[in-house]
Write a protein of this length. Sequence first.
Length: 95
Amino acid sequence: MKNLPLVAVLVLFSLVMASCADSGKDFSEKFKSGWMSSCQKQAGFNMDKDIAKQYCQCSLDILMERYENDEQAGEAIASMSVNRVQQILVLPCIQ
């Protein structure tokens, strides 16, 4: 679990890079499935597969609640410190 915040930041960064080209008004299925796939792959190193799926869905739900689309979420995450990403996307989902 100690590596979870670092893993989450790495997952988020790679998804940010993938989502920057999308300027749609909603979250695309590509973004959502990419988020879940990448997140579960990384989180699976530190937690049970079912727990990782729940964690990843939680973090995706938070993103979709806070932002309007892929691009907005990507820009926001890219500008956040690691600590801020942990506060917003990691901690609420591992409690």
